[in-house]
Design a protein around this ligand. Structure first.
Ligand code: ADP
Length: 483
């Protein structure tokens, strides 16, 4: 499988033009399922980023001046192009990222749903007329696009992490400069090809690859860029937030998680196992909302552990994303695999018992066997850090208060899940969990119509839904006097 140049490029997209880096340097991109090099991308730095920001700022007035419907029409055309090329784009995504082809298609289709949702939502950027305390004055509140937006995105959802940012930005009237992960740049560059086909004005969408620190620094420090939206690690998010704060820029941050998944004695165990498989092992455990700590109440602990082990062994099939029946692609790289190995070794050293899996798979790519470890305890690495891989660690608890306290005992606050059939408990626990996203008897809850965002060290702001558009808008208060 090679790169389809009808769908992507090995150059970057600035001001409607495809170009290399100023230095001529490139970065190699590999296929995590085989280790093969699939192509190169330009190694851009601050200069190219500044030019992309300039191009976006020149495109801003005309983009902002379009009606919501006109912007929406172009966004729908972009979606039509993406859907017309769904198979090829999914192959590209699987090639560079490794996830099963069906999941790649699902991701791209969800990305399109985000863009279409925002294309419609643009028509509902309402203002306010506030009753005036003065007889001769009137108070008007309007909303305006924040201006040029910089987006920095990760590798685990190479398409949809961009789509949900780009959809909101374009709808609000903001041009965008996008820097994808160097591990999965081709799905991002494909947005440039699709934007061209759809007829988006030049400069409205710019995509560049290269030196992450240099590009990030230019985005933070260039006064023309007004907002940074980032999805990735808490470490990098804090760096960007600090630098953006110095320059008084708006930020949206979707950062790491350490999601608890709680199974109470009164849960429907089969549903809980189904949810745990979906939440823990989706994308081989590489999502920021993946269950990381599975807390199971005493009375059902052993039964749940047995059912989970059986389900893992029966349902999960590691392999190439291109092979029929594969559910578990490779991890993104050696470093990711090393982290899972370290978490498993640490858990076993500290008294955990291995129920299934536990080792890398002896093939050329970076594959790790889906793993279940019981007797997990709070002193283990898996209790404190996001594994970001296929390790299900089962912790035991006694009562509701203990489960809530342990679930909240983390600096993170993105997603959490719990299973119970007791209505009162479901409300009590939902209200006490300090998280931005709560799955009650559900393991996968992402949709474009609902807000997605974390609290505490998991970030700031929301993506998706009507709330997601607010992050790209400034509020303007106008007072009309002398009436
Ligand atoms: P992950 O661990 O998921 O790869 P990262 O936070 O390292 O998370 O990466 C997410 C995105 O942030 C990627 O596009 C990466 O290139 C970018 N990135 C990494 N370091 C920096 C930095 N210092 N400044 C700006 N962006 C960065």
């Amino acid at each position: 499988m090679t790169l389809d140049t009808n769908l992507t490029r090995e150059t970057v997209y600035i001001d409607g033009t495809w170009t290399g880096s100023d230095s001529g340097q490139t970065i190699e991109v590999n296929n995590p399922a085989t280790g093969d090099i699939i192509g190169t991308i330009p190694n851009c730095g601050r200069g190219e980023t500044a030019r992309a920001i300039e191009a976006a700022s020149l495109a801003f007035p005309a983009w902002k001046a379009k009606t919501a419907e006109q912007r929406g029409d172009l966004m729908h055309k972009l979606c039509d192009e993406i859907m017309a090329n769904l198979d090829g784009l999914a192959q590209l995504l699987t090639l560079e990222m490794g996830k099963p082809l069906a999941e790649a298609k699902g991701e791209i289709s969800l990305g399109v749903k985000y863009i279409r949702f925002f294309a419609e939502e643009a028509k509902r950027v309402y203002g306010d007329v506030i009753p005036s305390p003065w007889p001769d004055r009137r108070i008007l509140v309007t909303k305006e696009p924040v201006g040029v937006v910089g987006a920095i995105t990760p590798w685990n959802f190479p398409n949809s992490m961009i789509a949900r940012k780009l959809g909101a930005a374009l709808a609000a009237g903001c041009p965008m400069v996008i820097k994808p992960s160097e591990f999965t740049p081709y799905s991002a560059l494909a947005f440039g090809v699709m934007a061209e086909k759809a007829g988006l004005p030049k400069g409205v969408v710019n995509i560049l690859t290269g030196d992450a620190a240099a590009i990030g620094a230019e985005m933070c420090e260039n006064p023309v860029l007004r907002k940074i939206t980032f999805t990735g690690s808490t470490r990098v998010g804090k760096l960007l937030a600090e630098n953006a704060g110095k320059h008084m820029k708006k930020i949206s941050m979707e950062l790491g998680g350490n999601a608890p998944f709680i199974v109470f004695d009164d849960a429907d165990l089969d549903k809980a196992v189904e949810g745990a498989i979906a939440s823990k092992f989706r994308n081989s455990g590489q999502t920021c909302v993946c269950a990381n700590r599975i807390y199971v109440q005493d009375g059902v602990y052993d039964a749940f552990a047995d059912k989970l082990k059986a389900a893992v062994e029966a349902q999960l099939k590691p392999g190439s994303g291109f092979d029929q029946g594969t559910t578990q692609g490779p991890l993104i790289n050696e470093a990711a695999l090393g982290k899972v190995e370290a978490h498993v070794a640490d858990a076993l050293e500290k008294g955990g018992s291995l129920k299934t899996g536990g080792k890398r798979i002896d093939v050329p790519g970076t594959f790790f066997a889906p793993t279940v470890v019981t007797n997990a305890t709070s002193d283990m690495k898996v209790a404190r850090e996001e594994t970001f891989g296929p390790l299900a660690a089962l912790f035991r608890f006694k009562d509701e208060d203990e489960a809530i306290a342990r679930a909240n005992d983390t600096e993170y606050g993105l997603a959490c899940y719990f299973y119970t059939q007791d209505l009162g408990r479901s409300f009590r626990v939902m209200e006490k969990l300090e998280y931005g996203l709560v799955g009650v008897n559900e393991g996968v809850i992402t949709t474009e119509v609902a807000p997605f965002g974390g609290v505490k060290d998991s970030g700031l702001g929301n993506e998706g839904s009507k709330y997601g558009l607010d992050d790209y808008l400034n509020i303007k208060y106008s007072c009309f006097g002398g009436l």
